[in-house]
Design a protein around this ligand. Structure first.
Ligand SMILES: C[S@@+](CC[C@H](N)C(=O)[O-])C[C@H]1O[C@@H](n2cnc3c(N)ncnc32)[C@H](O)[C@@H]1O
Length: 265
């Protein structure tokens, strides 16, 4: 798999740090019963895993990822937190090593956007979900980013990530497509909720953790690839990054919309 953000230490740190500011937005309407078995597909370095396992200590999580080095880091994170309710497995969503109908729930966060065949992935996941079980899918949509002031300059560098991800076979605009995609996989009682992250200077914690680390950090990571693919020149790139940081100042704002789908088998 050609992961657009790479497998660098910086990406690991970003993935872990982004989980916390997004926790309320993503987890406030989740609920698992004690004893339920949940598959976390594409757990990365365990940023979401840690929060899930801490918040639902009586739920059994099985967290998989295709990238072995990510799994090792996730394992360490869970061990350090002394959590006993997560089992990790190095596995591909496209070739799941589980019996059919093994899980009560499946949790997928920021994964479908990186896959060339997200529908096939959903059908695979559905096969290991129990009848009556449910799935949660969270994805972003980079077109639904805006900031103030200097939006146009910032837009150009964000668009580089969208183009780059498409060239890797992914889709950074998948959020808006979740409803038809999940419907096509024939899940029932499907609902999709937009989850808006809005940041201004009245929330310095979010300026730091979301605007700077999560969002701008994600864009900064692709600088070399964007330049190498001639998506932008160095001057425009720097103007765009400066514009993003400008939105973190006292009179700046930044806004992004995620989509959360919930459905049953
Ligand atoms: C953006 S990261 C998200 C990680 C985690 N869900 C989070 O929100 O922090 C996407 C993850 O999906 C994993 N992934 C991509 N394709 C996969 C596949 N076919 N099977 C399993 N994991 C996959 C990547 O290795 C990466 O760790």
């Amino acid at each position: 798999m050609n992961y657009v953000h790479g497998h660098t230490p910086e990406e690991s740190i970003r993935l872990v740090k982004q989980a916390k500011p997004l926790e309320k937005l993503f987890h406030e309407d989740l609920s698992f019963l004690p004893g339920q078995k949940v598959l976390e597909a594409g757990c990365g370095v365990g940023g979401q895993t840690l929060l899930l396992a801490q918040n639902w200590p009586d739920t059994e999580f099985v967290s998989i990822d295709i990238q072995e080095s990510f799994i090792e880091q996730a394992k360490l994170r869970i061990q350090e937190a002394n959590l006993k309710n997560v089992r990790f497995k190095h596995a591909d969503i496209m070739a799941l090593p589980f019996e059919k109908e093994s899980f009560d729930h499946i949790y997928v966060c920021f994964v479908l956007e990186h896959l060339t065949d997200p529908l096939e992935a959903l059908l695979n996941l559905k096969s290991v979900l129990k009848n009556g079980g449910s799935i949660t899918i969270i994805e972003g949509d980079h077109d639904l980013f805006c900031c103030h002031p200097k939006y146009e300059d910032a837009r150009r560098v964000v668009d580089c990530l969208t183009a780059l991800q498409a060239s890797h076979g992914g889709n950074a605009l998948i959020g808006r497509q979740l409803y038809p995609l999940v419907k096509k996989a024939a899940f029932s009682r499907l609902s999709v909720t937009p989850k808006l992250m809005y940041v201004d200077a009245s929330r310095p914690d979010l300026v730091e953790e979301f605007s700077k680390i999560t969002f701008i950090g994600m864009i900064e990571e692709i600088k070399d690839q964007a330049l190498a693919h001639n998506l932008i020149d160095l001057e425009e790139w720097q103007k765009g990054i400066d514009a993003l940081y400008r939105s973190t100042e006292a009179d700046g704002t930044l806004c992004y919309t995620y989509f959360k789908a919930h459905a049953f088998k």
